[in-house]
Design a protein around this ligand. Structure first.
Ligand SMILES: NC(=O)c1ccc[n+]([C@@H]2O[C@H](COP(=O)([O-])OP(=O)(O)OC[C@H]3O[C@@H](n4cnc5c(N)ncnc54)[C@H](OP(=O)(O)O)[C@@H]3O)[C@@H](O)[C@H]2O)c1
Length: 300
């Protein structure tokens, strides 16, 4: 099969499109003929070698954590997927930017989503759904998201709004119209966050998510004042120091089905900013690591 691969860690230029062995569906998994995959921050970190001490890859490696496509092999024990189903979901830590990929968590794709939107939903929606699950009932609460304009943050905003929360979200100014289109009260990130949030939420903030590469976790905790109601998806060390939870995506189909159900109701539309073809994988990774916005890679 044709796949994007890298034979050594490094800058986006290490990526090549070449022939690679086809994976097979194992027990509890499905193989899909991939239509598209997204580029997540973890793909960039893995390719660059920044995670090699903790998450070493077998090289050459195929990048990509999520994908959408059509099931063409069903592993033993799988009863909720059939050959021909169009599904989006999660592979392993890498391996999806290829003609075929094996998924261990998946959901059928809502009719209203484009291929690119379904590709963008996998890791982002599983992470955001795990966050909502961890925070409990947000109905009637005020929820602050640092990084609301991002893939994870915008999914969490949609899920919290659907649950009945008021959502305040940070993002760069050019992303404020997008946030407002979701129903989020938009504000800037950076110094003065507590004052800006207090002006938007005079009654206080009940819960917060840290889903941006910023050092604002202590500020979020002082705004909310309750370690059980502030979570990060990034900062392991900060979470430990402050005594709050770091939440990770799980390869759990229930999280993806939850996101898809909201997609069917028109309450969650995955964010996509740029689409590339597989042949332009170097450009796709270059943009993903240098610019704001979600990048999707379409198979030929
Ligand atoms: N634990 C897990 O399982 C898991 C899973 C997925 C992702 N993550 C992590 O979660 C984070 C978000 O992922 P994503 O896919 O949503 O990334 P993304 O789409 O690139 O979003 C990044 C967000 O951070 C904001 N941002 C950028 N620089 C900032 C700064 N200096 N201060 C405050 N905000 C800033 C961006 O705002 P603008 O674009 O508006 O500037 C955007 O809202 C990443 O660090 C990723 O590694 C963790």
């Amino acid at each position: 099969m044709r796949a994007a691969r890298f034979h050594s860690y490094g800058a986006p230029g290490v990526l090549v499109v070449e022939d690679a062995p086809e994976p097979q569906a194992g027990e509890g998994s499905v193989r899909i003929k991939v239509h598209a995959t997204s580029v997540n921050p973890i793909d960039v970190l893995l390719r660059a070698g920044h995670l090699a001490p903790f998450l070493p890859l077998t090289l050459p490696a195929v990048p990509g954590r999520d994908a959408v496509g059509v099931v063409d092999e069903v592993g033993a024990g799988v009863t909720d997927a059939h050959v021909g189903d169009t599904v989006f979901g999660l592979g392993g830590i890498s391996d999806t930017t290829a003609e075929f990929a094996v998924l261990t968590a998946w959901s059928t794709v809502p009719e209203g989503w484009s291929t690119a939107q379904a590709a963008a939903a996998g890791l982002a929606s599983a992470t955001a759904a795990a966050v909502i699950d961890a925070l409990g009932d947000l109905n009637g609460k005020t929820f602050l998201i640092e990084g609301a304009s991002g893939a994870v943050g915008s999914a969490a905003a949609a899920f919290a709004l659907a649950a009945g929360a008021t959502v305040i979200g940070t993002g760069r100014e050019s992303n404020h119209p997008y946030l407002e289109s979701l129903g989020v009260l938009a504000t800037a990130y950076g110094p003065g966050l507590a004052e800006r949030v207090a002006a938007l939420a005079p009654g206080g903030v009940d819960a917060a998510l840290h889903s941006a590469p910023s050092d604002s976790l202590p500020d979020l905790l002082s705004i909310v004042g309750d370690t059980s109601q502030v979570v990060t998806v990034i900062d392991d060390q900060g979470a430990q120091q402050l005594g709050l939870r770091k939440i990770d995506a799980r390869n759990d189909s229930a999280l993806l089905r939850y996101a898809a159900a909201l997609g069917r109701e028109g309450l969650y539309t995955p964010r996509v900013d740029r689409e590339f073809s597989l042949a332009d994988i170097v450009e796709a990774h270059t943009l993903a690591e240098n610019a704001s916005g979600k990048v999707v890679v379409l198979q030929p």
